[in-house]
Design a protein around this ligand. Structure first.
Ligand code: CO8
Length: 255
């Protein structure tokens, strides 16, 4: 298997391990990623981390060698399959964190963009270089990148294919934070900053934010009211407010 899924504490860790090709995404690997994401809800975990094996690459993108000389219908099907695989992260029962530990190009950056959060090591380099191949991003990059860093910066990255280093990525909000040392340990520590809270509130809040850039303000506010009302119905909300009043730490039960 080129995609490994394991449990570390209360966190799932998905590792792309095809180091001889800088963890590039063959079509088979995309299927493995989709299957692995599908197994996460049964693992009893509170977050998913995604990283690349080795210290050189998170993922160098789609497997360029595999993309050549295919009928157009197969290219479209490949694009849609990649989009669908990464979109599984949007509705996953837990938040996901990409640990960008080196190169994240093309489909590799698109995988990271589909995660809820992105952390990067200081040697990380990111870009959507498809234009240099005469292509355009196909696994969500044209849609998710402007949502994360804004239209002008996204157009600059996509139309020039430029490489962004870790410092710039942090400055423009492409990654949430830069991390030092063991990237998985840093990812687990970051995840624990939100896994201490109840999953229902996390999922309601994440779903509301995901809609924010898709719908007009009035509709977004209605989504917020709907999901906010649902949050009041959870036992965790009772517990959280009771704990505040009683000046103690809440014991959330994801209920
Ligand atoms: N696909 C296949 N093999 C790759 C890829 C890749 N994306 N990236 C690297 N490799 C392979 C190299 O061919 C090389 O293998 P070999 O030793 O057999 O020649 C090995 O990995 C190591 O790579 P390098 O020797 O090039 O390592 P460097 O450190 O010199 O360079 C780079 C690292 C800068 C990351 C360089 O490898 C590179 O530019 N890679 C390509 C990056 C890229 O353009 N990615 C975008 C791909 S396109 C994409 O993702 C489009 C998504 C939409 C697809 C639609 C589907 C239908």
């Amino acid at each position: 298997m080129t995609v490994k899924l394991e449990k570390r504490d209360d966190i799932a860790l998905l590792t792309l391990d095809r180091q001889e090709a800088l963890n590039a995404l063959s079509f088979d690997i995309i299927e493995e990623i989709a299957a692995a994401i599908g197994r996460v809800p049964e693992m009893g975990v509170r977050a998913l981390l995604i990283t690349g094996a080795g210290s050189k690459a998170f993922c160098a993108g789609a497997d360029i060698k595999e993309l050549r000389n295919r009928p157009l219908a197969a290219q479209r099907a490949g694009i849609e399959r990649g989009q669908a695989a990464f979109a599984k992260l949007d509705t996953l029962s837990v938040a996901s964190v990409a640990l960008i530990n080196g190169y994240a190009f093309g489909g590799g950056l698109e995988l990271a963009l589909a995660c809820t959060f992105r952390l990067a090591t200081r040697n990380a380099k990111m870009g959507l270089p498809e234009i240099k191949l005469g292509l355009t991003p196909g696994y969500g990059g044209t849609q998710r990148l402007p949502r994360v860093i804004g239209e002008a910066r996204a157009l600059e990255m996509i139309l020039t294919g430029k490489t962004v280093d870790a410092e710039e990525a942090a400055r423009i909000g492409l990654v949430n934070r830069l991390v030092d040392g063991d990237v998985v340990a840093a990812g687990i520590a970051f995840a624990h900053e939100f896994t201490v809270y109840g999953l229902p509130a996390l999922n309601f809040a994440r779903a509301a934010v995901q809609r924010a850039l898709d719908v007009p303000l009035a509709e977004g506010l209605r989504v917020e009211a709907d999901l906010g009302t649902l949050a009041y119905r959870t036992a965790d909300a009772e517990e959280g407010m009771a704990a505040f009043s009683e000046k103690r730490k809440p014991g959330f039960r994801d209920a």
